[in-house]
Design a protein around this ligand. Structure first.
Ligand SMILES: O=C(O)CCC(=O)C(=O)O
Length: 263
């Protein structure tokens, strides 16, 4: 079990992200196997959701909502090892809100600059609600992620209590639901690249701006993601996916995401 040190806590408070090296190193072969099994079952006749790249619709981009069907990945995303850290960083109990795998195949997969919280508003939950701790995402490297294959890039010095929502734009007339942080704001940020090895975990909040570049290597870059909300808001996971399935191409789900509308 990894106990967050005072130094790590201080860093988290001042930066809204934290890297824990090697947290799931032992689980890498299992994660890799299960992620590959899912990738082979690409298609719309499964209970999980498959999304494809906006500019290469034959190319798998992400899979969501697999936890109820893949116990090995569920155990990782809902296990004590991760919740112990989430609870500490959140300052209260957290619960899994959504599960996804991002596949970034050669030449593809860039994620445009965005803040995740802009996509999480639903019913009485508002953007960047300052009455609750922020939702926390975890990025678990199944493959190495580096400058060449498009690792995660984050805005520097984004304090935990920074509630700024950066101006957005819709740059693609051919994909009117897709949005991202406005270009002039994006280029004014001095982005930091976080390189990871398999098993490393990046924790980051819904408020910190982030992005990633396309994969310019010859191998895929697979990342397992969990998003956690404060338990005081309830266990919202099933409701989130029920709502999403009803209106899968809603603009809310295409904030920064490079995936094509689902037919
Ligand atoms: O996987 C990445 O490179 C970034 C993913 C991301 O920003 C997202 O899924 O919201």
């Amino acid at each position: 079990m990894h106990n967050i040190s005072d130094k790590e806590w201080h860093f988290w408070k001042n930066n809204s992200y934290l890297v824990v090296k090697g947290l799931f190193k032992e689980e890498v072969p299992l994660m890799s196997e299960k992620v590959d099994e899912l990738a082979k079952k690409d298609g719309n006749n499964h209970p999980w959701l498959c999304f494809h790249e906006m500019d290469r619709p034959e190319q798998l981009s992400r899979i969501e909502h697999f936890c109820p069907f893949i116990p090995e990945l569920d155990n990782i995303l809902r296990g004590e090892k991760i919740l112990h850290i989430i609870n500490r960083l959140m300052g209260e109990a957290g619960v899994l809100y959504k599960d996804r795998i991002n596949f970034k195949y050669p030449e593809g997969g860039a994620h445009s600059a965005h803040q995740d919280g802009v996509a999480y508003e639903s019913s009485n939950q508002t953007y960047f609600d300052d009455s609750t701790p922020p939702f926390i995402s975890i990025f678990i490297s199944v493959d190495p992620a580096n400058q060449e294959n498009g690792c995660l890039e984050l805005a520097p010095h984004w304090a935990l209590d920074n509630l700024s929502i950066l101006p957005m734009e819709k740059p693609r007339a051919d994909h009117p639901n897709f949005s991202k942080i406005a270009d002039d704001i994006e280029s004014s940020i001095d982005w930091i690249s976080i390189e990871t090895e398999p098993g490393d975990v990046i924790f980051f909040t819904e408020r910190i701006p982030h992005r990633s570049k396309p994969n310019q290597s010859q191998k895929s870059r697979r990342i397992l993601y969990g998003v956690y909300n404060p338990m005081q808001l309830g266990d919202k996971r099933m409701k989130y996916f029920e709502e999403k399935k009803k209106n899968i191409n809603d603009a809310r789900y295409m904030v920064g995401n490079p995936h094509a509308p689902v037919k």
